[in-house]
Design a protein around this ligand. Structure first.
Ligand code: ADP
Ligand code: ADP
Length: 237
């Protein structure tokens, strides 16, 4: 079952052709990893999937990206419609300087108008549990989110991404600022999340992709040079 399909996709920053002729199908309820050296276009493709690159001066693209029945690349499409279906988690945890509770409340009230306080509470608890963070922070929900560890902040950012009930969650190098133990926790979490969501992760960590990805796309100089099932890619001599 395919959730995102990418057809003949090209992207440029000015004259720099950052992606050329990318074709890819991303499977539902699976982890797809984009791997390859720095500067080869992984983040550009990730950010093209939720139209985040639109704001960059000089950025343009051609080709088609579809998510289920939505044509993401349609220039007439309201990008908010896409952002409500695609969550995003960044390299450095970007917890907001407010309480843990308010970090989660913010996107909920933004997304569901006139929602009751009781329902907000329920969603916050549910998403903290889904992000394997609830037990660690349940006694300090009204304390600053900046006081918890980097790994906990990253799981908070994941919980925040989950509050909008996205179909797909995009992760841009989510572990690169974390220590090995915090990294393993996030990896375990991603494997759990694919039961409910579709996960796409950019990583330059080959071992990480080998540990958690179902499918892998290997980028080199703006092209996807190899893609397929992880066990197949990683056993090729
Ligand atoms: P990464 O390899 O993790 O994507 P980079 O260091 O390449 O990180 O990029 C960091 C930020 O700088 C990103 O937001 C990226 O879009 C931007 N960036 C990268 N290359 C350029 C460039 N040539 N000109 C302007 N901005 C750039
Ligand atoms: P990766 O994620 O694999 O490190 P990127 O997608 O960040 O690669 O970068 C692909 C190419 O696009 C690089 O040549 C990079 O310098 C360029 N690039 C990335 N972001 C920007 C930006 N905001 N402005 C200009 N060029 C960029």
């Amino acid at each position: 079952d395919i959730v995102i399909s990418i057809k003949d996709f090209n992207a440029w920053y000015g004259n720099n052709n950052a992606l050329s002729d990318v074709n890819m199908n991303i499977k539902r309820n699976a982890i797809t990893a984009f791997i390859g050296p720095s500067g080869c276009g992984k983040t550009t493709l990730l950010r093209s999937i939720n139209r985040m690159n639109d704001v960059i001066n000089g950025y343009r693209c051609s080709g088609i990206i579809k998510m289920d029945n939505i044509e993401v690349t349609d220039s007439d499409l309201d990008t908010l419609e896409i952002r409500r279906k695609i969550g995003m988690v960044f390299q450095d945890p970007n917890a907001f300087p407010m309480s843990i509770y308010d970090n989660l409340k913010l996107p909920i009230v933004e997304n569901f108008s006139n929602i009751e306080k009781k329902r907000i509470n329920e969603i916050i608890i549910e998403k903290l549990k889904d992000a394997a963070l609830y037990d660690e922070v349940k006694d300090r929900l009204h304390k600053s989110a900046l006081k918890i560890s980097g790994g906990q902040q990253q799981r908070l950012c994941i919980a925040r991404a989950l509050t909008i009930e996205p179909k797909v969650i995009l992760f841009d190098e989510p572990c690169s600022s974390l220590d090995p133990i915090a990294t393993l926790k996030i990896e375990e979490l991603l494997v759990q999340l694919k039961e409910k969501y579709t996960v796409v992760i950019v990583t330059h960590n080959m071992e990480q992709a080998r540990r958690i990805a179902d499918d892998v796309a290997f980028f080199y100089k703006g092209e996807v040079v190899e893609q397929g099932a992880s066990e197949k890619i990683f056993t090729t001599p």
